[in-house]
Design a protein around this ligand. Structure first.
Ligand code: HPA
Length: 280
């Protein structure tokens, strides 16, 4: 009894948030994009854009991290209506994974079926370097948490969702094709998520490498799991902003992560625009 009401409460809250967003724009978003650290500039290019601070959307938590603006921008990329998150909240900020993934629940209830997740990540595979874009082919959830823990609402999805193909192979192919056409180098790799906020030790990176991880970050995986729970198609792209601890010599800092994000912004925006054009 208690379980059922807690689950339906989440559904009702996501419906409420979806209604609130729809009341602010005539655009019917088809695709949602989450813009990670330093990548928010992409939304500057939207036409007919409406910006809604998270604080004005019931249930959306505000990011506490520099580089994560904390607003939703709804606008057109070419002819495609897109809903973009400028900044996300993370588990390390103290938010539950239900809060972290609440926007994704909301997008689904707005009728959005495709989710593009972007992030800044540390490179573990030495074939990657600062500024490389990596298409996420699969992930390792090492956060010690799963966003689906707790009561399950069947209206969202099944209790035990399949995770064989979290990141749509077809969408991965689309990115490769568009990147090739533009002459942008992209790699494919496995993204491991830890909860952070401390960066990893060289020993941890060594372990992750032996686990098969190509890149490391502190986001994306909860959102991808929740999206798949609801049957959304997911694409993930990491911007490698630094080589992970012990892979390169120096220490890692957030400013560097932001700076590289800014540096690849233009390339990234061109690629995203082309991908979005192919998604409908
Ligand atoms: N580790 C974890 N998260 C990150 C990193 C890193 O090296 N770079 C950007 N996000």
């Amino acid at each position: 009894m208690l379980e059922g009401s807690a689950a339906s409460n989440l559904y009702a809250r996501a419906e409420h948030a979806a209604r609130t967003i729809r009341a602010r724009t005539a655009l019917d978003g088809r695709i949602a994009v989450v813009l990670g650290s330093g990548l928010g500039g992409f939304a500057d290019e939207f036409e007919e854009a409406v910006r809604i601070p998270y604080a004005e959307i019931p249930g959306f938590a505000a990011s506490t991290v520099a580089g994560h603006a904390g607003s939703l921008v709804i606008g057109k990329v070419g002819r495609v209506p897109v809903v973009a998150m400028l900044g996300r909240v993370h588990s390390y900020e103290g938010y539950s994974l239900e809060e972290v993934t609440f926007p994704i629940r909301t997008f689904k209830l707005m009728g959005i079926d495709t989710l593009l997740l972007t992030n800044a990540a540390g490179g573990i595979n030495v074939q990657l370097s600062e500024g490389t874009l990596m298409i996420i082919s699969d992930h390792l959830n090492l956060m010690g948490l799963n966003p689906l823990r707790g009561p399950n609402d069947e209206r969202f999805g099944t209790r035990f969702p399949d995770m064989t193909e979290v990141y749509s192979r077809a969408l991965q192919e689309t990115v490769v094709e568009e990147a090739n056409a533009l002459g942008i180098e992209v790699r494919r790799g496995i993204y491991a998520a830890l909860s952070g906020p401390s960066y990893e030790t060289p020993a941890e990176i060594h372990m992750l490498r032996s686990f098969g991880a190509d890149a490391i970050g502190m986001s994306t995986v909860p959102e991808a799991i929740v999206a798949r729970h609801m049957g959304m198609k997911v694409l993930g792209i990491s911007c490698i902003t630094n080589m992970a601890a012990g892979i390169s010599d120096g220490p890692i800092n957030h400013e560097e992560v932001m700076e590289i994000g800014n540096r690849v912004r233009a390339t990234f925006a061109v690629l995203l625009r082309r991908i979005i054009g192919r998604l409908t």
